[in-house]
Design a protein around this ligand. Structure first.
Ligand SMILES: NC(=O)c1ccc[n+]([C@@H]2O[C@H](COP(=O)([O-])OP(=O)(O)OC[C@H]3O[C@@H](n4cnc5c(N)ncnc54)[C@H](OP(=O)(O)O)[C@@H]3O)[C@@H](O)[C@H]2O)c1
Length: 305
């Protein structure tokens, strides 16, 4: 399929901004929903001011779009309802608007690997339920769900401190010594989206995505990579689970006074402590022919984060 008009949400965020640039570079007409921007035709993008709760904005966003890419999401919040209103209700509203407009041939939801474990956190539960609601509201529109693992790259603020400190020779470890996790470079995620867009036929499917490192990473292998790059040792400091949980509880209480959405919450600690965040690209590779190109070792060596 060569989409002419793509409706994109989350285009002002870390992943969505890279997606928007790549779509525009391909000559696609991009309609982007934004809460803080308005105006038209800047860099091949028509910015539509509104939120996922704003029906007229969603109608305008999806009108005439061949494909919809839903990348907006709530990743921080003080309560379950903060996540639900965006990741569940907002996603459902977007699908309803898409369906009403009748032009969309394919819909992509950027979910998360966290949706695999909905009991871990408010975020994980909302991503899981958002997937369910989008599929239920889709009618005949094929819905593809991407569940990327932790995504990093230029513009990311969450993983960057970990990598910065790692290359300075410090690794702060959380959870079990044998915890396994995975990563994905944002450029690889965006390439997977392009392959989904180009596929002649798509079906409703759910794909997990990571950088393809066999069995993922553990703390020792992260330290080993940094050690090789630095040609110097890496010191590890473990944060005890009790300390992390205490900090998360205090942070949550504090956020109710400051009214800021906290990243470290008891749910986030559950996610961080989860022992296995590895996944396999086998299904997406077989279906879309996508293979990631950037391993973490290469990204750290070349400062691609
Ligand atoms: N980063 C990761 O490691 C990772 C991993 C797996 C999955 N994901 C998923 O990927 C998506 C993008 O993540 P990200 O890291 O790029 O997040 P981000 O930088 O926080 O960007 C989130 C985007 O969603 C928009 N948004 C939030 N609430 C909205 C609302 N009510 N109405 C309209 N737009 C709204 C934001 O708009 P404003 O600019 O106005 O705030 C922003 O453009 C999310 O769905 C996330 O769950 C991320």
């Amino acid at each position: 399929m060569s989409a002419r008009v793509v409706a994109l949400t989350g285009a002002t965020g870390f992943i969505g901004s890279v997606l928007r640039e790549r779509l525009v570079a391909r000559g696609v007409e991009v309609r982007a929903l934004a809460r803080s921007r308005s105006g038209t035709a800047e860099d091949g993008t028509k910015w539509i001011k509104g939120t996922l709760e704003d029906e007229p904005a969603l109608a305008e966003l999806t009108r005439g779009a061949d494909a919809v890419i839903h990348c907006a999401g709530k990743v921080r919040g003080r309560a379950a309802r903060d996540f639900d209103s965006v990741n569940v209700q907002g996603s459902k509203h977007l699908m309803e608007a898409t369906r009403l407009n009748g032009s969309c041939e394919r819909f992509l939801l950027i979910s998360s690997l966290a949706a695999r474990h909905p009991t871990l956190s408010w975020y994980a539960a909302s991503k899981f339920e958002g997937e369910r609601q989008v599929k239920a509201a889709a009618g005949a529109i094929p819905v593809c769900i991407f569940r990327p693992t932790a995504v990093y790259g230029p513009g990311d603020r969450e993983l960057r401190p970990l990598f910065d400190w790692l290359l300075r020779g410090w690794l702060v470890t959380l959870g079990r010594d044998d915890s396994q996790f995975s990563f994905l470079h944002v450029d690889d995620l965006v390439s997977a989206v392009m392959q989904w867009l180009d596929a002649p036929v798509v079906q409703s499917q759910t794909f997990e995505l990571c950088d393809g490192q066999v069995q993922g990473y553990d703390w020792a292998s992260l330290a080993g990579i940094a050690c090789d790059i630095r040609h110097a040792p890496v010191r590890q400091a473990a944060v005890p689970a009790g300390v992390l949980k205490g900090l998360a509880r205090a942070n949550l209480v504090l956020s109710r006074f400051t009214r800021r959405a906290p990243m470290l919450t008891p749910g986030k600690v559950n996610e961080l402590m989860h022992p296995d965040w590895t996944c396999s690209n086998a299904r997406i590779s077989a279906s879309l022919g996508w293979e990631p190109q950037i391993l973490l070792r290469q990204a750290l060596r070349n400062h691609m984060f």
